[in-house]
Write a protein that binds this ligand. Structure first.
Ligand code: 5GP
Ligand code: ZN
Length: 137
C-alpha cells in the first residue's frame, strides 16, 4: 500500500526523482539529501510501513541482507573505514519521516561523528529488573 501524503512513497516509486544507488521490485536505495557523512544512504521499501513496528517478517528478512550487500559495495567503492546501520522508530528515537527506512552511514577516520552509545548507568539490580520485565513470565 502507498500513502498519498508520504514523501518516501513518492521517492520509492520514482514519482519524485532521487539519487538512486540500487533498485529492485521491493526496494529503492537512495542518497540521503542531508547526509551525516559522504555516501549516507537510505534503504526504502516501496510499500508503505510506518516503522519497524509495522513491517512484517518477510520484509524484515530482506532488509538486513540488502543492508549487508550495500555496505560491502559502498565500502569498496568509497574506501570508507567502517559503517553504521541505523534505524529509528518514533520521534523519541529520532524518526522524522514515518516511512520505514534504514540508514547506511559510511564512516571515515576523523569524520568527527560520535554515533557511539553512551552508557545510561544501571545497577546490577536494575538490570535484573529490566531482564525480568522483558523476558519474565
Ligand atoms: P529519520 O530521522 O526519520 O530516521 O531519517 C530521515 C532521513 O531522511 C534524514 O536523514 C533526512 O536527511 C532524510 N530526508 C528527509 N527528506 C528527504 C528527501 O526528500 N530526500 C532524501 N533523499 N532524503 C530525505
Ligand atoms: Zn510511505
Amino acid at each position: 500500500m502507498r500513502d498519498e501524503n508520504c514523501i518516501f512513497c513518492k521517492i520509492a516509486s520514482g514519482e519524485i526523482p532521487s539519487r538512486t544507488l540500487y533498485e529492485d521490485e521491493e526496494f529503492r536505495v537512495i542518497l540521503d539529501l542531508n547526509p551525516a557523512t559522504r555516501g549516507h544512504a537510505l534503504i526504502l521499501p516501496k510499500e508503505h510501513y510506518r516503522n519497524l513496528y509495522e513491517i512484517d517478517d518477510s520484509m524484515a528478512s530482506k532488509v538486513l541482507p540488502l543492508a549487508r550487500r550495500m555496505a560491502v559495495t559502498m565500502t569498496k567503492k568509497l574506501h570508507c573505514d567502517g559503517f553504521n546501520v541505523i534505524q529509528n522508530n518514533n520521534e523519541v528515537a529520532g524518526q522524522t519521516v514515518f516511512h520505514f527506512h534504514v540508514h547506511l552511514i559510511p564512516r571515515y577516520k576523523d569524520d568527527g561523528h560520535s554515533l557511539v552509545m553512551r552508557p545510561c548507568g544501571m545497577t546490577a539490580e536494575a538490570l535484573d529488573t529490566v531482564r525480568d520485565e522483558i523476558a519474565g513470565e
